[in-house]
Design a protein around this ligand. Structure first.
Ligand code: ADP
Ligand code: MG
Length: 693
């Protein structure tokens, strides 16, 4: 075997330079014996049987054994090693287009070899191209279990990894840590489950292994979910031990004055979540609340009301948004609401430099600015608050896990006076289905705005093939003729910002020609912040009729007079993203339309997304379907942020296990805290943070 040398080399002594494969192991996070034991096969190969060459069929994957009768290097289209083996009855040709002298040596005439590969009909009968093979004696025993195939990397040969895992399985401590009376009935022991999954009996139902419904899998999933629940509950307990400033909701105070100023009455849902937040702020433990509400449900004003309570009690509030455009929009609203009431608002973003920035920093540090609005520049190193009492993060799902953790660290100690922690309010327009909330956000309290402000007309969604561009432009003409405004969002080509820009520019050009008497704007990610702001304000003030943009407008932009949203190449967007974009219209009383343009052929997932968009406008239903289509990892952008979510369990399919794990976690923490710690250590090692985030 090519990798025989690597497989048999032993681990170098500590202190010596690590070998290539060992560094590769580290890179995959396979450091401790338990990490290796938990590194499970992606599939199995059956090497427990030898198939007579006569039984091979075109396309069948099988293992055969025979003696080499011929071995030669031929030069056809290219140089290749062609070997013939004989199993006592029939011949089979093995063909290697890449080979080394070691191949020729192990496949010399007279050698007995065990060969595994896919049989293909060749010119001279059946042959195997690049089969795996190993030298054997007449009496080398066949393995009694299926051979595992592990996920690996180029630097880590499969045979080396197999050996490392097998060794780790005997070395690792797999003793039962959990009191048996707490475990759900009929769960396998961890040792039995792992031994089985690494080396299953040949008669196993491969289907049950593959779809992870086998009892051995259930044990692993349960343990993983348990670790996740434990780490979240623990985070919650830690938080409950911390102290935060208590804010009183005063009669005649700032919140009341703000309410009196608003141009609309609050919806019942806004009032309800507002009092949930007020109650949290009145307690001496830090709030850790997620406020979720569909796009347009009116979260900003709820944030302002919370800020008013903190400020009224003499504490600063920071409000962060993921993009500069969104932050600026918040700034405009909050300044409009709060400055008349005598509150100084500071503005901090990455693009703000020099003296202006220094002035803002000084105002924040002195406490003169009671409200600070900005992008995540707000949590950068140099920013010091005089007395930060409340941090609000808008569109929190858009911040990466790392950024959220950084924020959490940054907040610690910011409240200053007597080791008080600030309260934390996160807002999201991507509602989280219940099971997910129970797992991924188990350490948060959740408030939901389940009602839109009155007077909204539902958005009508339409599909247009890309070839119907002219019909779409005719619609735009109608819309702007009625003094309404239009968004046109251009395709996302992830690989290249440059192509995005080209597409957007071409569309902008085309629309400018089609509507020569209207102002058509262009907005894209590469524009300097000041230019973006200028374009946005032309659109907000209705001087601009059509705004062509890349996805920079995705989150939170609020222009109630916009009544048509055109999304070009809608098939390239994620479902939640489409829903967010659609939420940019339908904000006023006018009937609004969302046009999804697509080009064929559509993938199955693209079809499922477009179908969901046509069928429902309910953010919760959209989130549920999105989760179904994408799976939880991507749903949370885990891939983007590099944080693994769950390796074994599936939050949608394993709902019952999630519930069981949650119950067990609660009992374990209170009745067997040491077992809880041991379980956490086994599962998460040094990486406890990822499940908390
Ligand atoms: P989101 O929840 O998507 O952040 P916004 O806070 O941007 O929503 O609110 C959407 C629009 O609805 C804004 O124009 C806002 O001023 C308006 N709005 C919020 N609450 C109400 C209400 N109770 N009645 C009428 N309009 C409201
Ligand atoms: Mg918003």
């Amino acid at each position: 075997m090519t990798n025989a040398a690597a497989a048999s080399s032993s681990t170098p002594a500590a202190g010596k330079e690590k070998s290539g494969p060992q560094r590769a192991l580290d890179k995959l996070g396979l450091v401790r014996a338990i990490d290796l034991a938990l590194h499970l096969p992606i599939r199995y190969e059956d090497e427990t049987r030898i198939v007579p060459i006569a039984e091979l069929r075109d396309g069948s994957v099988a293992q055969v054994e025979g003696v080499v009768t011929d071995s030669q290097v031929q030069i056809r289209a290219r140089r290749q090693l062609v070997v013939r083996i004989h199993d006592g009855r029939d011949d089979l040709v093995l063909r290697f287009l890449h080979f080394y002298p070691s191949h020729q040596k192990s496949l010399a005439v007279g050698r007995r070899v065990r060969v595994r590969g896919e049989a293909r009909g060749g010119f001279f009968g059946l042959e195997m191209v690049h089969p795996s093979f190993k030298g054997v004696d007449g009496d080398t025993p066949l393995p009694s279990a299926l051979t595992p195939v592990y996920p690996t990397s180029a630097q880590l040969p499969q045979p080396y990894l197999r050996k490392a895992v097998a060794a780790a399985l005997t070395r690792a401590d797999l003793s039962e840590l959990l009191p048996p009376e707490l475990l759900p009935l009929r769960l396998w022991t961890l040792r039995a489950a792992l031994e089985y999954l690494h080396h299953p009996a040949p008669d196993v139902s491969l289907a049950a292994l593959e779809d992870r419904s086998h009892p051995a899998w259930l044990r692993l999933k349960f343990d993983e979910l348990l670790a996740q629940q434990l780490s979240q509950l623990q985070a919650k307990q830690e938080r409950e031990r911390q102290r935060a400033p208590r804010f009183e909701l005063r009669k005649g105070g700032l919140q009341e004055r703000l309410l009196a100023q608003l141009p609309f009455p609050l919806t019942a849902a806004q009032r309800r979540v507002g009092s949930e937040i007020a109650a949290d702020l009145g307690r001496a433990t830090p709030m850790h609340r997620l406020l979720q509400g569909d796009v347009g449900s009116g979260k900003t004003v709820v944030a302002a009301l919370a800020a008013a309570i903190a400020i009224d009690n003499g504490w600063q509030c920071a409000l962060m948004a993921p993009t500069e455009i969104l932050a600026e929009q918040h700034l405009r609203k909050l300044v409009g609401w709060l400055e008349p009431l005598g509150i100084t608002v500071a503005w901090l973003t990455g693009s703000r430099k020099g003296k202006a920035r220094q002035k803002m920093l000084d105002q924040v540090a002195s406490g003169e600015a009671m409200l600070v609005v900005g992008t995540h520049a707000v949590i950068q190193e140099q920013v010091r608050f005089a007395k930060l009492g409340l941090a609000i993060i808008d569109e929190q799902h858009r911040f990466g896990v790392q950024q959220r953790l950084a924020l959490r660290d940054k907040l610690v100690g910011q409240a200053d006076a007597g080791k008080l922690e600030p309260h934390l309010l996160m807002m999201s327009a991507t509602p989280i289905p219940r099971t997910l909330a129970m797992t991924v956000f188990a350490d948060l309290d959740i408030s939901t705005i389940d009602e839109l402000p009155p007077g909204r007309t539902p958005v009508v969604t339409k599909l247009f093939a890309d070839s119907k561009r002219d019909a779409v432009i005719a619609r735009i003409r109608d819309e702007v003729a009625q003094q309404r405004q239009v968004y046109w969002v251009c395709p996302l080509v992830e690989e290249s910002e440059h192509i995005d820009l080209q597409n957007a520019t071409a569309t902008h050009q085309h629309l400018s020609e089609a509507l020569p008497d209207r102002m058509i704007g262009l907005l894209h990610g590469r524009m300097p912040a000041a230019e973006k702001a200028a374009v946005m304000s032309l659109f907000t003030s209705a001087q601009m009729a059509v705004l062509v943009s890349t996805t920079v407008i995705e989150v939170g932009v609020d222009v109630p007079n916009a009544s048509l949203m055109v999304i070009e190449h809608a098939e390239r967007f994620g479902l939640s993203q489409l829903h967010q974009l659609r939420g940019r219209v339908g904000r006023g009383a006018v009937a609004s339309v969302c046009v999804l343009m697509y080009s064929t052929p559509l993938s199955d997932t693209a079809k499922a997304r477009l179908k969901a968009m046509l069928e429902t406008a309910d953010g919760f239903e959209i989130a549920r379907r999105d989760l179904e289509i994408r799976g939880p990892g991507e749903f949370f952008g885990a891939r983007q942020s590099g944080a693994p979510l769950l390796r074994f369990a599936d939050l949608v399919l394993d709902e019952a296990l999630v519930r069981q794990a949650r119950e067990v976690a609660q009992r374990l923490l209170s009745e067997h805290p040491r077992a809880a710690q041991a379980h956490l250590l086994r599962w998460l090692g040094g990486r406890t943070e990822y499940l908390k985030a």
